[in-house]
Structures are given as C-alpha cells and as structure tokens.
Design a protein around this ligand. Structure first.
Ligand code: SAH
Length: 446
C-alpha cells in the first residue's frame, strides 16, 4: 500500500476515535468518517509501519449505521468524530473502547457498565475556545492543521448565546479593522475568543486572547456586548504573546465585571476564573460526582483528599453531601486554588483546606479516602506508589483518558487496589472522548 493508492474496501468496525477500521492485505486501514458496513473507494493518505490512514473518495454502499450529519461542516471540522453515525452506535463504540483499553492491560475481568449519558447531545458545552480566522470570523482548526473552518450557523455543541456572541465579536473586529494573529509571522492581535457559561446561573464570561497587552476600542466592544447580552458578567483580556499552541497566556486583565462567573453544581455555588478548570458538561459532571460520592460511602471520621481539585468541585460536593473529618484539595493553578478557597467559604464548608502545588508532592498524609481527577496523561507511577505506601481504604478515580486510566488501574492492582466495575460517562457527546469512574478498594491480606 502506498500514499494516494485508491482501494475499494469494506469497513468492519469503528474505533475509539470514530475512524472506520478496514483490513487490506493484513494491514489495518483507518478510514475517517466511515462506519461499519461501508463499502467505499478510499484514498490512502498516510502509510505507517503497521497501519495506514485513508479518506473516502466515493461511497459505494453506505453502512446501515449512517445518518446524515446535522452540522454542515462536520467533515472538514473533525471535532465531532461520530457525527456520521447514530448516537446509539456511538455509545456502543465508546463503551467498547473502555472494555478494549482494560483488556489491553489484562483487566478484562472488570465489568464495564453501559455508557451513562445524562446530557443533551447538542448545546451541552459550557465552554468554547475558538481561533480567529484571518477575516475575523471564529471557528475551529481543521484536524491536524491550523486552518480555521467556520461553522456557518455556529457550532451545535455550543449554547445559542455563544454563537451570537461570536458573531458580535467577529463583526466588531472586522468593522474596526483590528488585526488577527498570524502564527507564521507571530504578528497580529486577536488570537482566540474564549467563552464560558454558568449553566444554572446563565452568567457568561467573555475572554479575548490577544497577542499584546491592550485591545483597541475595548470600551466600545464591552458596551456593545453588555447592551446586547446582559448575561455577560465579566469581560477579560488574556495576554498571550508567546509563539505557542497553548491557547491561554498566564496574565489576565479584567476590563468589565469582577473576573469571575458563578454556577451551581450538586447543590453548591462555585466561582471560577478564566485560568481555572471547570467541567464543560454540567449534567454529566453532576452525574459523575453523585456516583463518586455514593461509591466513596464516607463516614464522619474519614479524612479525604481531592487531588487535581481545580476549583474544588469534587471535594466540596462530597463535603456538602457527606460527613467527613477533613478535606484536603491539591491543585497546580494558583487562580483555581484561590477559587477553591473562596468556594469553601461561600458554601460554609469549614473543614476544607486547599494547597497550590503538584499533586505528586506529599500532601496526603493521614488521608484514608483519595479522589483523583488527573489530566489525560493520568497519574505518575510515583504518585500511585506513594498512595500504595500510604494505604488509604479507597481511591476514587475520575479519568478523561481511557488508556492511561486502564494503565493506572493495572498499576494500582499490582499494589493491592482493585475494582470490579468501571462506570463510563459521556462527558463529550459526538466527540471521541470518554470519561470513566471507578472506586478502587484496598484488598486486605488474608
Ligand atoms: N477535579 C476538578 C478538575 C479536574 S481537571 C474538576 O472536576 O473540576 C484536572 C486539574 O488538574 C486541572 O485543574 C489542572 O490544572 C490540574 N493539574 C494538572 N496537573 C497537575 C499537577 N501536577 N498537580 C496538581 N494539579 C494539576
């Protein structure tokens, strides 16, 4: 097989990234936007040692699983890996991807529940980060490129008000002739528009990521935004002058409001700042937290750690619902820790303390129930070993990266921490990501 070959293939299955999988002469060919049962002429676009990647040139017989994507740019955007198949098939593929990841780590004895998906499949995101196209419009980068594709009527995963705010900001940038950042030259001002919404309060945060300290006509823009969208609580400029793929810079200047928005989650009120993490799918986050609280089954004497705690949502939700002796949260982003401390105060939770630091450093002495919610790369071997030495009764693991989650479950098992059930959640419907939850319990020696 070589690049640009055109082959007629039949797709057999769909993988965790939403690619159709076909076999050609013993080689695996991953076909973008394909579905099991498709017969298609496929152009080979990349050949690696053990696999190749292809793109449909002509669909000869469509798979019975196919649906017509409702988003007109789904093929060029690539964000919604599953937009071409029904949601039921997507849910089955996601659950299977969790089973496959566990099998790969020798953990096929763990039972995987059906995917839990409490949120809507559209407009479920409470956050958007969109790059500016050279003409000032806002969209998404096409897969593996920095070419911006612009959804004509807005992206359907976003709340309607975000789509309208994007239009207002784009028109303003064009009207005032404000320059757009160019990655090649490092010149131009407007990089990204970053929006966040408190789903239960309706409050919206508008953050403009700029290649500089100031944005011309910002007072006019704030006036225009606030007049049109009274739900906007704060407008912030984020300064990012680095030549980098990282969207946000480290410095924020609030130009309107108080630099935060609030939301309620599992009965608590939370403040968050632009640099702090906040779960993007409110209904699914609540469902995971509630299950995590149930699995932790706390007693009043328990000492609880919340590692990778963000603005404190997991630990403070647990503290709201269950009696415990003490809560310790650890988070590396200073603004998030500031939010977490304030959030404990707002919700009258007095036995919580939050530390700004690396979750890998010792903070967990004396804890007998540990919640971990790391980024996609999972936990370090060192932290797993430290937890193993400390010997808590339970580790409740919330993960957004299924392969590292399965790896870490294997490492915990080697240290005597086991689970018999994994609960997958659809935090990101239509996209290729799955969130998982498991409660690992210390197996006592006979
Ligand atoms: N538990 C929170 C946040 C989860 S996201 C919630 O449910 O909202 C993961 C968090 O880990 C982010 O807030 C990120 O800033 C933080 N983080 C990343 N690396 C870290 C590290 N080495 N030590 C501590 N926190 C870290």
């Amino acid at each position: 097989m070589k690049k640009n070959d055109i082959l007629e293939v039949r797709t057999e299955e769909i993988n965790a990234l939403g690619f159709g999988v076909a076999k050609v002469d013993g080689m695996v060919l991953f076909v973008g936007q394909s579905a099991p049962g498709d017969v298609a002429k496929v152009r080979v676009i990349k050949v690696a040692k053990t696999y190749a990647i292809g793109k449909i040139e002509e669909l000869i017989t469509p798979s019975p699983m196919r649906i017509t994507p409702t988003c007109p740019i789904s093929a060029s955007c690539g964000g919604c890996a599953y937009s071409h198949i029904s949601y039921e098939e997507e849910a089955a593929a996601k659950t299977e991807s969790v089973r496959a990841a566990l099998r790969k780590e020798g953990l096929s004895h763990i039972s995987v529940r059906e995917l839990c998906s409490p949120s809507g499949k559209k407009a479920y995101r409470n956050k958007a980060q969109m790059p500016f196209a050279p003409d000032g419009s806002l969209g998404y980068f096409a897969p593996k490129s920095h070419r911006v594709v612009v959804p004509k009527n807005g992206c359907e995963l976003l709340p309607e008000v975000f789509v309208r705010i994007c239009d207002t900001v784009s028109s303003f940038v064009r009207e005032k002739g404000i320059s757009v950042y160019d990655e090649e030259s490092g010149k131009g001002l407007m990089r990204h528009l970053y929006l966040r919404m408190g789903v239960n309060t309706g409050e919206v945060m508008v953050c403009l990521v700029i290649n500089g300290k100031e944005m011309p006509h910002i007072t006019d823009l704030v006036g225009r935004l606030y007049t049109k969208y009274p739900e906007i609580r704060t407008v912030i400029l984020n300064e990012n002058t680095e030549k980098t793929n990282v969207i946000l810079g480290k410095k924020c200047h609030t130009v309107f409001g108080d630099g935060i928005i609030t939301d309620t989650l599992c009965g608590n009120t939370y403040e968050s700042s632009p640099l702090s993490f906040y779960q993007i799918n409110h209904a699914t986050a609540e469902a995971i937290y509630e299950k995590a609280i149930e699995l932790a089954d706390l007693s009043p004497e328990d000492v609880v750690a919340d590692l990778y705690c963000g603005i404190g949502t997991i630990g403070l939700s647990v503290a709201k619902k269950a009696d415990m002796s003490r809560l310790v949260g650890v988070e590396i982003i200073p603004d998030a820790v500031k939010n977490a401390k304030k959030n404990a105060e707002i919700n009258g939770i007095k036995n919580a303390s939050f530390y700004c630091g690396d979750a890998n450093d010792p903070h967990i002495d004396g804890c007998n129930v540990i919640f971990v919610d790391p980024p996609r790369k999972g936990l370090s071997k060192e932290l797993i070993e430290r937890i193993g030495e400390l010997g808590p009764d339970k580790v409740i693991y919330i993960s957004c990266g299924v392969d590292t989650f399965a790896r870490d479950l294997r490492l915990f098992k080697e240290l005597g921490y086991e689970t018999d059930t994994v609960y997958p959640y659809d935090m990101f419907p239509r996209t290729a990501h799955v969130e998982c939850l498991a409660c690992l319990e210390r197996q006592l020696d006979d």
